[in-house]
Design a protein. Structure first.
Length: 270
C-alpha cells in the first residue's frame, strides 16, 4: 500500500512538473516570439536577438531552435542555419526531422542527406507529410536528382496512387509533373506525355509541364506540335504560371523551367 501511494505521489508531482514546464515554455514564447521576434523582419538582427534571449531561458524548446534557423535558409546561408535545425531535431525529432529533410532536399540540395532523413522519418511515420507533400514525394525528388529515374518513377507513382485514394479524381499536379519528368528521363515519352496531360488538366497553364511535354513531342518527331507547345509554355511562363509551391519564391525546384530557356540561349529544346 505504501509503495502504491509513493507511485501515485510521484505521478502527481511529475504531472505538476510537466504542467509548470509547459507553462514556462509558453510564457517564454509569448514574450520573446509573439511580442518580440515576430514584431520584426525575420532577417533582422532584432529577430535573432529575441530568439537568442528565449533560448537562454528555454534551451530545450525545439520550436525556438527551428525559428532561429529558418531565416538563414531563406537567405541561402545553409551552413549557418543547419546547426540550429540540428538542435531542433535533437529536442523534437518527430516534428523536426522531416523539416530538416525538406530543407536538405529543396534548399541545401543535399539529396543523400535528405534521403537518409526522409527514410528514417518514413519508417517511423509512413503516411506523414511535410510542407503539403508525403515523404515519398521528396524521396522521389532526391532519386530524380541522383539520376535514379526508375526509383523516382516508382515513388511518384505511389504519390499519385495515394492522391487518388484520398482525393478521388484530384491529384496534385506536381506529383503528375515529376512522374512525367521521371518517365521522360527514362525515354518513355508516350507515358510522360500522358502524365503531363493529366497535370495540365488540373493546372491548365502549367508552363513546366508544357515545356517538358514539348521535349517529349520533339523526341518522338512531332516538331510542329513541339514548337507550338514550347510557344505556349513560354507565354504561360512569362505570365507567372510555373511551380507555385510556397518555398519556390526562395528556391528553384528541380527541373523548373527558366526564362533563359525561352530567350535564345541554347536550351533543351534545340
Amino acid at each position: 500500500m505504501r509503495s502504491f501511494l509513493v507511485l501515485i505521489l510521484a505521478f502527481l508531482f511529475q504531472n505538476v512538473s510537466v504542467a509548470q514546464s509547459n507553462e514556462f515554455r509558453d510564457s517564454v514564447r509569448e514574450h520573446y516570439l509573439n511580442h518580440g521576434a515576430w514584431q520584426h523582419a525575420i532577417f533582422s538582427k532584432e529577430y535573432g536577438a529575441c530568439i537568442d534571449s528565449a533560448l537562454a531561458l528555454s534551451p530545450h524548446d525545439a520550436y525556438l531552435w527551428q525559428q532561429r534557423g529558418m531565416p538563414y535558409f531563406k537567405r541561402m546561408k545553409y551552413q549557418e542555419g543547419m546547426p540550429y535545425i540540428d538542435s531542433a531535431v535533437k529536442y523534437d525529432s518527430i516534428e523536426n526531422l522531416p523539416y530538416r529533410a525538406f530543407l536538405k532536399c529543396i534548399f541545401q540540395k543535399d539529396y543523400l542527406g535528405a534521403t537518409e532523413d526522409f527514410t528514417i522519418a518514413r519508417r517511423d511515420h509512413p503516411v506523414a507529410h511535410v510542407m503539403d507533400h508525403e515523404f515519398n514525394f521528396y524521396l522521389g525528388l532526391c532519386a530524380l536528382q541522383c539520376s535514379h529515374y526508375e526509383q523516382a518513377d516508382s515513388l511518384f507513382s505511389v504519390c499519385v496512387m495515394n492522391d487518388r485514394a484520398i482525393e478521388g479524381n484530384w491529384i496534385h499536379p506536381l506529383h503528375l509533373f515529376y512522374l512525367g519528368v521521371a518517365r521522360y528521363e527514362e525515354g518513355n515519352y508516350a507515358s510522360a506525355i500522358s502524365s503531363f496531360d493529366s497535370a495540365l488538366t488540373i493546372y491548365p497553364n502549367f508552363s513546366d509541364a508544357e515545356y517538358y511535354k514539348a521535349l517529349c513531342l520533339r523526341a518522338t518527331g512531332q516538331k510542329g506540335e513541339a514548337d507550338a507547345m514550347t510557344s505556349r509554355a513560354r507565354d504561360d511562363f512569362m505570365n507567372g504560371f510555373t511551380i507555385n509551391e510556397d518555398n519556390s519564391i526562395y528556391e528553384r525546384y528541380p527541373y523548373q523551367v527558366e526564362k533563359m530557356w525561352f530567350d535564345g540561349v541554347p536550351s533543351l529544346t534545340n
